[in-house]
Design a binder for this molecule. Structure first.
Ligand code: NAD
Length: 782
């Protein structure tokens, strides 16, 4: 073909990137081993084939780590920990900087290696994956440098187990390893068995830069290897990215272990196009939302929601764009899409697409001729999908979106939130008010305005709801790898069964009804079952407390759910309400001192004083515990807002029955949550006295609901309840295991504390635990 002919058609010619260097590297590695204690020991267990999914050729083999190998890696990480932790932040920064530089030097090699292993295009590995890997190590070199000044009083968590998926192999490694190392932890990382190559290349870089042996360990393998790592008794934290199903398995497996857990799971993210959007930009957005990385992106904009008035025009433009997409050899620099990761994944996608068609949706696909070998999948979208269709609810993890139209902005938000996930959202509108209002209303950890799928090491990333908990990137990401050292604490005991025999003693408030009630929806109500239990004081029985049951918890959660306005009032308003609550506590100071004295708690006067101060502290924090604005990419500003969870469950400790309860309720409420709190099981009457305080303060009905009864029965109901978005539990070790297990339904974050604590000092960590970061990308500047 002559140049003149090419100019006539403007067709692309082949433009393959050379894979010679990467192939030579692979050739000399007939099996990809583990990286343990700075060495590459010969694998003990089985090995499995590693394919190039674009050609079906076998590239090499990879070790499947055994329990013994996992154990060796954890031991190496443990042995390396003291010295690594003891290094000055600056010294760790120099190692992270060296990793960044060496990744940069090898960008081309790593990009090709990733493309061979995963099937994604060289355009993406070269322009997105690998530059972001380098960026991540640079950014975290910075956090290491600043660790002493910016995270005072915090120390590393210890040995971190990290499990990553195959869709961004080296990038997910960087997201996990960089913050862990910056904070002073050592790691054992398990890559996905489908994509082990770049992790191996990274291990070689670790050796090359002289990273101390054992600081980074990599155990290759599949789910069984991952399970062995998660279950290892000497791992202090587990960070997981992968499917929601495996996230659930891990939540269950780790319940009661005391290990820190962060989960970055799946998504079914909305891509919302308003009628005032720049439609051409939005169509290009779809390309990046669902056809980027073959749609194998946890935060893919996989549900396209378009306002009715522009739907016809939008879909006409989208169809036109679909005609021009190029799918084929991922090493060809002109390709938009490469191969999906494996034939198995292709079969999964194909089955879901067939199901969508069987349920009545119409599948439109790009008119591409797919290569004869390899796992290629034509991109497209469904029209005529209903919200209840399987393809509308299930993550396809392939290059096909569902579509729906909406009439009003409210309807758009309802549809956007009609999913169990909450990872990301993309909002398209030229009207700044509408875009930002929508960003505020969607349940998602990341929101892009007039953009999609952009990432930066400084912008926290992570999900809400069943997309998991924890953040990666930025300051919030660092906090996942840091902990406040605790002094050894006495474990909390199992509560004894409540005594529900009829009461015969002397009431602590003889003049009033001796059975305290529950406080739900701003009213004192009797327990649903009509039961009560005897409360013991230091000199015997002192009264009866209502024995709430599951139904009472459900009623309280319903009341809390209805009080949603609390999250929307200004922080100043919330502060005022809390100051007034403090004032009302002050007025009843003597009464509370008497109640605590009757309960037999030590130093009742000090406890009431601390409780009043805690209300002042929470009021002060209401408008000061702020999010952040981060410089990320050009033409964007990225803000991270501390959003309340919504309805939180709180299970108060037995020690410090007044202060322990308020120390938990007040920060949660200050941050805009509504709470259902279970008062101390053994001293519930102290908690019940708060009803009058709440009635006379201006706390809106339903914002604080208080119940009394058998702690673990009520805690279990809170843990299982889908409307309860986060749970704080103070109780026994077996109770902690129970609530963590019971939380798998909606995967709510559970903070369980099993040691008796001194509640006298305010805990700033509770403010963070009461919020979830929402990262909003806003167009900004020229
Ligand atoms: P997966 O959950 O099957 O596997 C992820 C990792 O977990 C792999 O390394 C795998 O070997 C390991 N694993 C599997 N079973 C395990 C077990 N029982 N115990 C411990 N480890 C186990 O997911 P996948 O198919 O590899 O990846 C796709 C999924 O990952 C999608 O659902 C996607 O949404 C999700 N993902 C999420 C994010 C995020 O940040 N939220 C990012 C990328 C991918």
């Amino acid at each position: 073909m002559k140049i003149k002919d090419i100019m006539q058609t403007m067709a692309y010619g082949p433009a393959p990137e050379s894979s010679a260097e990467a192939r030579d590297w692979i050739k000399t590695r007939s099996v990809i081993p583990h990286f343990i204690g700075g060495k590459f020991p010969a694998p003990e267990g089985e090995t499995t084939e590693v394919y190039n999914p674009a050609t079906d050729e076998v590239l090499t083999r990879v070790a499947l780590g055994t329990e013994a190998e996992v154990d060796a890696a954890v031991k190496a990480a443990r042995a390396a920990l003291p010295k690594w932790t003891a290094l000055a932040g600056h010294e760790r920064a120099t190692y992270l900087y060296a990793l960044a530089r060496h990744v940069q030097k090898r960008e081309r090699f790593l990009a090709v290696l990733e493309t061979l292993d995963n099937g994604k295009t060289i355009r993406e590995t070269r322009d997105i994956d690998i530059p972001l890997v380098a960026r991540h190590f640079y950014h975290h070199a910075g956090w290491a440098e600043m660790i002493e000044s910016d995270f005072p009083g915090l120390s590393p968590v210890g040995v971190c187990g990290q499990i990553i998926p195959w869709n961004f192999p080296l990038l997910m490694l960087a997201w996990k390893v960089a913050p862990a190392l910056a904070a002073g932890n050592t790691v054992v990382l398990k890559p996905a068995d489908l994509t082990p190559l770049t992790a191996m290349a990274f291990a070689e870089i670790c050796v090359e830069i002289g990273l101390p042996a054992g600081v980074v360990n990599i155990v290759q393998g599949d789910g069984a290897t991952g399970a062995a790592l998660a279950g290892h008794s000497d791992v202090n934290k587990l960070a997981f990215t992968g499917s929601t199903d495996v996230g659930r398995v891990l939540r269950r497996q780790l319940a009661g272990s005391g290990k820190r857990l962060s989960l970055e799971l799946g998504g079914k993210s909305p891509f919302i196009v308003f009628e005032d959007a720049d439609l051409d930009a939005a169509v290009e957005g779809v390309v990046d939302a669902i056809w980027f990385n073959q749609g194998e992106v946890c935060c893919a904009g996989s549900r396209i929601l378009v306002q009715e008035g522009v739907a016809e025009r939008f879909f006409a433009k989208l169809d036109a764009r679909l005609q021009t997409l190029r799918v084929g050899d991922p090493l060809d620099k002109t390709m938009d899409m490469g191969a999906v990761v494996s034939r198995k994944q292709l079969a999964r996608i194909t089955a879901l697409l067939a199901q969508g068609e069987a349920e009545g949706a119409t599948l439109r696909r790009a008119p591409v001729i797919l290569p004869e070998t390899g796992a290629f999948c034509a991109p497209g979208y469904f029209s005529g999908t209903a919200p209840a269709h399987t393809v509308s609810q299930t993550e396809i993890f392939g290059p096909v979106a569902t579509t729906l139209t909406f009439r009003t902005p409210d309807e758009a938000v309802t549809l956007a939130n009609d999913t169990r996930y909450g990872l990301s959202a993309s909002v398209w509108s030229e009207n700044i008010n509408r875009a930002i209002e929508t960003a505020a209303a969607v349940k998602a950890g990341v929101v892009w305005i007039n953009a999609t799928n952009i990432f930066d090491a400084g912008a926290p990333f992570g999900g809400m709801r069943e997309s998991g908990f924890g953040r990666e990137g930025g300051r919030l990401g660092m906090l996942e790898y840091l902990t406040r050292p605790q002094i050894a604490r006495k474990p909390r005991l199992e509560p004894s069964a409540p005594d529900i025999a009829p009461f015969t003693g002397k009431a602590d408030r003889p003049a009033i009804d001796i059975t305290a009630k529950l406080y739900i929806g701003g009213k004192q109500v009797r327990a649903d079952g009509g039961q009560s239990y005897t409360v013991m004081g230091k000199n015997g029985a002192i009264g009866q407390a209502a024995m709430a049951n599951r139904k009472d918890i459900r009623n309280a959660v319903e009341a809390a759910a209805k009080a949603g306005g609390w999250g929307g009032v200004t922080a100043h308003n919330r502060a005022q309400v809390l100051y007034f609550l403090a004032e009302n506590l002050e007025q009843r100071r003597a009464e509370f001192v008497a109640a605590l004295t009757a309960a037999g708690t030590p130093k009742p006067g000090d406890e009431v004083e601390a409780a009043i101060r805690r209300a002042f502290w929470a009021a002060a924090q209401a408008d000061k515990f702020d999010g952040s604005v981060t410089a990320t990419k050009s033409r964007h500003v990225t803000m991270t807002v501390n959003e309340p969870f919504g309805v939180m469950g709180i299970v108060a400790p037995d020690e410090a029955p007044l202060l322990g309860l308020l120390a938990l309720i007040l920060p949660a409420v200050a941050m805009g949550n509504r709470v259902v709190a279970v008062a101390s099981q053994s001293h519930p009457l102290v908690g019940a006295r708060l009803y009058q305080v709440l009635e006379t303060s201006d706390v809106p009905a339903g914002v604080i609901n208080l119940v009394t009864g058998e702690r673990d029965v009520l805690a279990k109901t809170l843990a299982e309840h889908d409307e309860v978005a986060a749970l704080w539990y103070c109780g026994s070790a077996s109770g902690a295991a129970m609530v963590e297990t019971a939380s798998v339904g909606n995967l709510k974050p559970v903070w369980a504390e099993t040691g008796v604590r001194d509640w006298q000092t305010p805990d700033p960590d509770l403010l963070r635990k009461a919020t979830q970061g929402k990262t909003i990308w806003i167009p900004y500047g020229a």
